[in-house]
Design a protein around this ligand. Structure first.
Ligand SMILES: N[C@@H](CCC(=O)N[C@@H](CS)C(=O)NCC(=O)O)C(=O)O
Length: 235
């Protein structure tokens, strides 16, 4: 039985949940509340010293990093394939999944923190905040938590992240002008890995960025109607 350490509202966890649901796999979840800092509890640090979800456990195998987890699932459970058969198609998918890791995964964080995390984080005492961020192995992440919980980010500081997310949508709009899915004729890990980031834009009141790009809007409607997406995202 697959076990997944995840957070309901984490884009990287969502990527993996969509993949699991597309493949029809049964799984058991261990839910972390990132806003209560479950990720820095010693019992979770023993599982992932990087203090990040998701983590997949499959029998004796532990896999971290959402892109690698989805590739592992594709290799280990080839049913309902999410990679094309030919090398060129697989490379085209991986260009997308690498891009998701490199750019939107980070770009989404500051706008998400401001909208989702700050309202609760500002209420924490200095002692609570210090105790949690001190345990974070990634000092950049720790600084972002501290900033979101205290003075926050100005619009000018959030802007570059929003621009990067706009670039993601432009890339999508261009790809979707010539094919129904991001990496060609079939729904693949490219679509799975991008989907949570487009969904997040809706959740943080940036939906007009999608509406202005008709191919992306059509793609998102088709993605959001898939039973696997509904199962993975509704909580
Ligand atoms: N590259 C990693 C990124 C994972 C990541 O950023 N996870 C976030 C949630 S989306 C997390 O665990 N954050 C913990 C924190 O903010 O302290 C992956 O793709 O799995």
């Amino acid at each position: 039985m697959i076990e997944l350490y995840h957070a309901w509202n984490s884009t990287c966890s969502q990527k993996v949940r969509i993949c699991i649901e597309e493949k029809g796999l049964s799984w058991a979840g261990h839910v972390l509340n990132l806003r209560r800092f479950d990720q820095v509890r010693p019992e979770f640090l023993a599982i992932n010293p990087a203090a990040m979800v998701p983590v997949l456990i499959d029998g004796g195998v532990k896999v971290t990093e959402s892109r690698i987890i989805n590739e592992y699932l594709e290799d280990a459970y080839p049913q309902a394939p999410l990679l094309p058969k030919l090398a060129a198609g697989r490379a085209a998918v991986r260009i997308w999944t690498k891009y998701v890791d490199d750019v939107p995964t980070e770009a989404v964080k500051i706008p998400s923190f401001m909208k989702n995390i700050r309202p609760q984080a500002v209420q924490m005492s200095d002692e609570e905040l210090d105790a949690a961020v001190r345990m974070m192995p990634d000092k950049g992440k720790a600084a972002r938590w501290r900033r979101a919980a205290r003075e926050g980010y100005t619009d000018a500081e959030i802007r570059p992240s929003v621009d990067q997310l706009g670039d993601m949508l432009d890339r999508m709009e261009s790809a979707l002008a010539s094919s129904p899915w991001l990496a060609g004729p079939d729904y693949t890990l490219a679509d799975v890995d991008v989907a949570p980031f487009v969904h997040r834009l809706v959740q943080i009141d940036l939906a007009p960025m999608i509406a202005g790009r008709p191919h992306v809007a059509g793609w998102y409607a088709r993605v959001a109607a898939r039973p696997a997406f509904v199962a993975a995202m509704s909580y």
